[in-house]
Design a protein around this ligand. Structure first.
Ligand code: AMP
Ligand code: ZN
Length: 467
């Protein structure tokens, strides 16, 4: 069986994956900051994490997957400046920070469901781990890593020997990114807040008592704390988008390793961006903010078409958003459902030859485009229909495209035509016989909105599910 190899940002190389305590794999995914809807770019990060998780499961591992929910402390500038995104969102919507957190957690989970993403073993909210975050900060303080300035307690990054081990950037570059002019009291530009004080005379919606004063935890403290607590002994894989490498993940590592004196996660995997045309990253602010609902579902495309579109691009390659690309993905997925529907219902044996090819693809740093190509090869192969079906079902454990469910749905639409659809169709037949083509066209439109198309052939017309 081909070994699973993953690209580790720490070594910048492909490495054979070895968990610390097989068969369990501990896996942490930086989750959403819940002050707004997730956009398609964010969702790319979760489709990637899901593909990784399914690949681990397919390889026989037990996966303990933790995903945090950032409901406090993520400031509008990742490097500790600006306002808390949660409070900004609350103001925008005239609700409390707690209310918007609940609302966007719900919409986020709905998006994951629509994309057939397996929920994590556990979601953890930053606000539910305040005590543990304070305890970790206390350890760091005792060890001499923290200093106090007027707006908070900061981590002295100069005390960490290999601060740039994840980013591989010269310190000068990291400093440029950190923009010291925003806080001249910091000792070094890369230093970051572990605990921020509530502004004097001002009551924040989210604030807690701490040994250093009322305030709230820094965003990087949250992921370090929850990983250490919930994945103790299984700090195998940590994922997120590439934008997290230089600041967020670098600072998680700095804190966790300073506190424990041990290696934090062993494998760091990062997905490239979803960009809009011209190479600009899709972001939560700006006109290029597209949700799954608006950009896919409202267009009449299957939500899983977006998952399919993500899988067509390797996770480390930038992906470009386009309506045409999504329309093509929708078409391809519906075609797959139709093709699979023709294979019948009897499930045979998984083809060992194709399974090997599929494993080679996914175990080669999650090569999803190649895995899809193997799927198409199976469909075009000489295998019997029942063996094709077995093999495809097996692959779908990893692809997550609901290939059985989708083709079943198509078959049901084909065989159980609703009486009102049949009536519209009959009316259209009569209109055509009477040469009333205007009415026939109008009825075709009505049929389309009911999910059916009409194929007119020399021998007569027939209804087909619009798939
Ligand atoms: P956030 O909700 O902003 O904390 O981001 C959630 C996840 O989405 C993180 O892993 C980010 O790195 C990732 N992300 C943000 N923007 C994009 C994008 N345009 N393309 C891919 N991933 C992104
Ligand atoms: Zn994180």
């Amino acid at each position: 069986m081909p070994k699973l190899r993953l690209h580790n940002t720490l070594s910048q190389r492909l490495e054979v994956f070895e968990p610390q305590r097989p068969p369990v794999v501990g896996f942490y995914t930086c989750g959403p900051t819940v002050y707004n809807y997730a956009h398609l770019g964010n969702l790319r990060a979760y489709v990637f994490a899901d593909f990784l998780k399914r690949t681990l499961l397919y390889n026989g591992y037990e996966v303990k997957h933790i995903m945090n929910i950032t409901d406090v402390g993520h400031l509008t500038d990742d490097a500790d400046a600006g306002e808390d995104k949660m409070e900004v969102g609350a103001e925008r919507e005239g609700k409390s920070a707690w209310e918007i957190a609940d609302f966007y957690i719900k919409t986020f989970k709905g998006d994951l469901r629509a994309l057939n993403i397996i929920p994590p073993t556990k979601y953890c909210r930053a606000t539910e781990y305040i005590k543990e975050q304070i305890e970790l900060a206390q350890i760091l303080e005792e060890k001499g890593y923290l200093y106090r300035i007027s707006d908070g307690l900061y981590f002295d990054t100069s005390l960490v020997p290999h601060y740039n081990k994840l980013s591989h950037l010269p310190l000068e570059k990291l400093k440029e990114g950190a923009r010291i002019e925003k806080n001249p009291e910091k000792r070094h530009p890369t230093d970051f807040a572990v605990w921020k004080f509530s502004p004097l005379g001002q009551k924040r919606q989210m604030e807690w008592d701490s040994p250093w004063g009322k305030g709230f935890p820094g965003w990087h403290l949250e992921c370090a704390t929850m990983s250490l607590k919930l994945l103790a002994g299984h700090l195998d894989i940590h994922t997120g988008g590439v934008d997290h490498i230089n600041v967020h993940h670098t600072n998680e590592i700095a804190q966790a390793e300073a506190a424990t004196g041990q290696t934090f996660f062993h494998y760091w995997l990062h997905n490239a961006f979803l960009n809009i045309a011209g190479g600009k990253k899709m972001a939560k602010s700006g006109a290029n903010f597209l949700t799954l609902q608006a950009a896919v579902i409202d267009k009449g495309w299957l939500p899983l078409a977006y998952r399919y579109a993500c899988l067509e691009v390797h996770y480390r390659k930038p992906m470009e958003y386009s309506q045409a690309g999504l329309a093509a993905a929708d078409k391809a997925l519906r075609w797959l459902y139709r093709e699979i529907a023709t294979l019948g219902q009897v499930v045979g044996q998984v083809s060992p030859l194709f399974k090997e090819k599929f494993l080679e693809a996914i175990n080669d740093d999650l090569n999803s485009p190649r895995a899809l190509a193997v799927l198409f090869k199976v469909l075009n192969s000489q295998l019997s229909n029942k063996d094709k079906l077995a093999t495809i079902k097996d692959f779908d454990e990893v692809l997550g495209l609901d290939l059985s469910g989708g083709s079943q749905h198509y078959l049901e639409m084909l065989t159980n035509i609703p009486p009102e659809v049949q009536a519209l169709f009959n009316k259209r037949q009569t209109a055509r016989e009477n040469h009333n083509f205007q009415l026939a066209d109008e009825l075709r439109r009505q049929l389309a909105s009911a999910g059916y198309g009409v194929e007119d052939e020399p021998g007569g017309s027939r209804l087909v599910p619009l798939f």
